[in-house]
Design a protein around this ligand. Structure first.
Ligand code: AMP
Ligand code: GLY
Length: 428
């Protein structure tokens, strides 16, 4: 099969790495890719949001399968575009617009959960002509206040504040001030849930599903989970506090009702569902849905899958998902993100990276997030630069491997959290 993978981050590097070991793969095309993916496939200079350009590429290169890494093209309807296209006949891994609304609109996702009795925080939603109603509604919630821009905001559209005054300011900024542009023109206010976060992932065709390894992401820039939110500074899999009982609850109360809900609402779905969960006491609640894999979670989830990812995608698209045999590696994987100084604020790029090459004696993979290759040298090209994934018998062993390699990698201003997984080890 010829595959076109759309994306340029660590998630797509991990997908490209996993797809490239498939015996079913002929050519792997990656657009636009990054400095770490060049040895894995043919790099294409394509904008994933320019669907006609992607279509021309697909025809020229006889692509059979399109894998969409990030949410924006899915929410904008790339899967609908290819289904309607008379010029091509390719399968797409990723839901159509309607299914992608689970991520594209927080209000849609909340109403979906309410309709299908899926546990989530109590909420209220408001449009830009309802500022005074939104402010009045704060009284129905206790601090800390959780305010979310309805639309896609690159992981930055959630404000959590103890101060009612700041909550009011946030509502004003979103509904009236243009904060988060279109995404902030509607808002969701919701109850704060205190607990431990965990990410679960399924691949589903709307009927069958496979549950992938779960992961925990470390979202804040600073150690001890402090400071600004980022795309994710590290991840671990498995998550030791996920008991068998909790996973059963998540399956019965959340995963199965979500898939059944999609069918009931006549929303066809072929792709990943990422469940951002909060474990409150011993019960799971949905914090958010995403219509794609997580980043950096993919960098620990895919290294724990033994079976063929392309085979999984083929079965997903041909109605044979239930016949796929998903094999999970019992060992742990952890990833530590190395970021540019200043991230998640402004930062400089173009610093040479040394020490990131593969090492046969080291059990791990360095996934590239924001890098570029120029004359065989590697340079920084983003906020998150590398995701250094280590493997081991336990999370503790895997973390040792990740940090061992991090020590050997240098670039100007390199920053990483030194405490990825430390909370888990403290529990042990
Ligand atoms: P989201 O973009 O919806 O994943 O939210 C970003 C982060 O905000 C989540 O990863 C949580 O840490 C936090 N968060 C979102 N909603 C809630 C909530 N209802 N209660 C507590 N924390 C939340
Ligand atoms: N790591 C969180 C996300 O991918 O949304």
């Amino acid at each position: 099969m010829n595959v076109l993978l759309l994306g340029s981050g660590g998630r797509e590097h991990a997908m490209a790495w996993k797809l490239s070991e498939s015996s079913m793969l002929r050519d792997l095309h990656i657009a636009p890719g990054n400095g770490g993916m060049q040895e894995l496939g043919i790099m294409a200079d394509l904008d994933a949001m320019d669907f006609p350009a992607v279509e021309r590429y697909v025809r020229r290169h006889k692509i059979d399968l399109l894998v969409v890494g990030a949410e924006a093209p899915l929410v904008a309807g790339i899967a609908d575009y290819f289904e309607a296209s008379e010029k091509t006949n390719i399968a797409v891994v990723g839901p159509k617009k309607k299914g992608a609304m689970l991520e594209g609109s927080k209000e849609f996702a909340k109403a979906f959960m309410q309709r299908h009795n899926i546990p989530t925080a109590r909420y209220a939603s408001f449009g830009s002509d309802q500022l005074s109603e939104a402010i009045a509604a704060l009284d129905k919630f206790k601090a800390p206040y959780v305010i979310k821009a309805d639309g896609l905001a690159g992981g930055k559209g959630v404000i959590i504040t103890e101060s009612k005054q700041e909550a009011v300011k946030t509502l004003e900024a979103m509904l009236k001030g243009g904060a988060f542009n279109e995404a902030g023109k509607r808002v969701v206010i919701e109850e704060f849930l205190a607990g431990q976060e965990v990410s679960m992932f399924v691949v589903t065709d709307g009927k069958s599903y496979h549950i992938l390894p779960s992961a925990k992401d470390y979202k804040r820039i600073g150690e001890g989970d402090t400071g600004l939110n980022t795309g994710g500074m590290g991840a671990i899999s498995p998550v030791p506090y996920l008991s068998e009982e909790f996973q059963q609850k998540a399956l019965n109360q959340i995963i199965i009702p979500t898939i059944k809900g999609l069918t009931k609402d006549e929303i066809p779905y072929h792709g990943f569902v990422f469940f951002g969960l909060m474990k409150v006491g011993s019960d799971p609640y949905v914090i958010e849905y995403n219509c794609r894999m997580g980043d950096p979670e993919t960098e620990v989830v895919l290294p724990r899958i033994k079976s063929d990812l392309l085979h999984l995608f083929e079965n997903l698209c041909s109605g044979l998902l239930s016949e796929y045999d998903l094999e999970i590696d019992e060992r742990a994987a952890t990833t530590v993100v190395m970021a540019s100084s200043g991230y998640p604020g402004s930062y400089d790029t173009n610093f040479e990276i040394k020490g990131a090459e593969a090492d046969a004696k080291w059990d791990g993979v360095v996934f590239h997030c924001g890098t570029k290759m120029s004359r065989r040298k590697l340079y920084t090209n983003g906020g998150r630069v590398l995701a250094v994934t280590g493997r081991g018998a336990t999370v503790e062993d895997a973390l040792k491997r990740s940090y061992e390699k991090v020590e050997k990698i240098t670039f100007q201003g390199a920053y990483c959290r030194k405490d990825i997984g430390a909370d888990i080890l403290d529990l042990a």
